[in-house]
Design a protein around this ligand. Structure first.
Ligand SMILES: Cc1ncc(COP(=O)(O)O)c(C=O)c1O
Length: 446
């Protein structure tokens, strides 16, 4: 069988003259926390990136369909974003929000204009965990309630409070973190009790949110929080109507609805700019990170003026939140998404990708499910389509083999048997052809 070939690309990576991969591995072993996880048996060292491609120290090019964990939204080192960051870097790197600076204000207006009218107050922070921490604080202060409903199989961060929201044992340390947080059944039409053939599945899954409120809380809650599509959990797309019904139960109990758009925002779903729009709901608080900054440490919480007001009861401060360099980058990302029609590209290429993945599913019984929206997709591998026994070892094989063939994919799902394909939004059809060929090749070898 012919080896898959990357599409041609006109970029010459710089000659790498730094330390060798083995030396970096040794430095990491000695001087970095042992909790750092590296992908691949022989970890890859990435020293350069250009749009949807990255290069290792030998100058080998890879198609990157995981984008630094769904973070490279418009492309590695996108020239316009890089130029804006560099320009800001050269005149003022940091002052913090105690002084005025034009970019944070202009950027906040641009970001708010992308959201429903009532969601117009921005609070900038540095990471998704920080954004969700703040959303939790806002919801509890505003409502005066404490309990929160999240979903099983969710990932909302690794800080002390967001670890409580996260609902996979693999990410939860044996340490007190979930007081007042309850997890409703994951609305997973592939593995859950109600599948895609059930038109009422959304309503049925949401009934667990209602029951939790009735039986596990004082009957009133601070919030319901959900990713718009579960990311780390393996690209789980909820049945239609789920969020609308869950939001209704939460609001009936006095709670606010929080949409975690850390992975699904900024046009990734293709059909919509925000993931929550695919479920036809309007949240009270939206949290964003990752793709917002195309790799800069930038995140945001956007809410209504009334909810935002609660933080004025004390002083709340974040040194780097709203940093001019990050905001210059964030503003450039918004401009590029519009100018280069990247949301439309996510829709077009996402559909093309889905067709290719479904074609693979027809050929390979190992694929139990393909799912997703736009460029937020997952391929779940199972040993047997009936029992749905997770094919973790096989998934590891395809994942490793893909790297050897020049493709970097992600891996996830609670059982580690889902290939996660969430590339930069600038990806082309030729890249998808290569990706499908690589997966086909690797799946044949399993
Ligand atoms: C949906 C979601 N929310 C929150 C986070 C936490 O973001 P961070 O790692 O920037 O703290 C992540 C990270 O993967 C995420 O996927």
């Amino acid at each position: 069988m012919k080896m898959p070939q990357l599409p041609p690309y006109d970029h010459q990576p710089k000659l790498y003259s730094g330390p060798a991969q083995e030396e970096i591995m040794e430095l990491r072993r000695r001087y970095l926390t042992p909790s750092l996880v590296t992908y691949y048996k022989n970890p890859i060292m990435i020293v350069e990136g250009s749009m949807q491609y990255v290069y290792d120290e030998r100058g080998r090019r890879y198609l990157d369909v995981f984008g630094g964990i769904v973070t490279i939204s418009v492309g590695h080192c996108h020239p316009y974003v890089t130029q804006r960051i560099r320009e800001q870097m050269e005149i003022l790197q940091h002052t913090t929000t105690i002084y005025l600076h034009p970019i944070i204000a202009q950027y906040a207006r641009m970001l708010a204009e992308k959201l429903p009218a009532e969601l117009r107050v921005c609070y900038f922070v540095n990471s998704g965990s920080e954004a969700n921490d703040l959303a939790l604080l806002l919801a509890r202060l505003y409502t005066g309630n404490y309990d929160v409903v999240a979903l099983r199989n969710a990932y909302h961060g690794g800080s002390a409070s967001t670890m409580g929201l996260t609902a996979q044992s693999t990410w939860k340390y044996n340490y007190p973190h979930s007081f007042g947080i309850h997890h409703a059944i994951a609305p997973d039409p592939y593995r859950g009790p109600w599948g895609r053939d059930d038109p009422d599945a959304g309503i049925k899954y949401a009934s667990d949110v209602r029951e939790i409120i009735e039986f596990a809380t004082p009957g009133c809650v601070a919030a319901f929080i959900a990713e718009s599509i579960q990311g780390v959990g393996g690209a789980v797309v909820y049945p239609d109507g789920f969020l609308a019904q869950a939001y209704e139960y939460c609001r009936d109990a006095g709670g606010l609805c929080i949409a975690d758009e850390v992975q699904t925002g900024f046009g990734r779903t293709g059909s919509h700019y925000w993931g929550f729009e695919t479920q036809d709901v309007i949240p009270d608080i939206v949290t964003m990170a990752k793709g917002i900054g195309n790799g800069l440490p930038l995140a945001a919480v956007v809410t209504t003026p009334a909810i935002a007001q609660t933080l004025t009861r004390r002083i709340h401060f974040n040194t780097f939140g709203g940093n001019p360099v990050s905001c210059a980058g964030g503003k450039a990302v918004l401009e590029v998404i519009d100018r280069e029609n990247l949301q439309q590209n996510a829709l077009k290429i996402g559909n093309y990708l889905m067709d290719g993945l479904k074609g693979l599913m027809d050929k390979h019984d190992l694929i139990g499910d393909v799912r997703g929206r736009g460029l937020m997709t997952g391929v779940e591998l199972v040993k047997d389509r009936r029992s749905k026994e997770p094919a973790k070892g096989e998934c590891d094989f395809v994942f490793e083999r893909s790297k050897e063939l020049g493709l970097l994919v992600g891996k996830g799902g609670f059982h580690g048997n889902v290939l996660r394909i969430k590339p930069p939004l600038c990806i082309h059809e030729g890249d998808v052809d290569f990706l499908i060929e690589v997966l086909d090749f690797a799946l044949k070898e399993v």
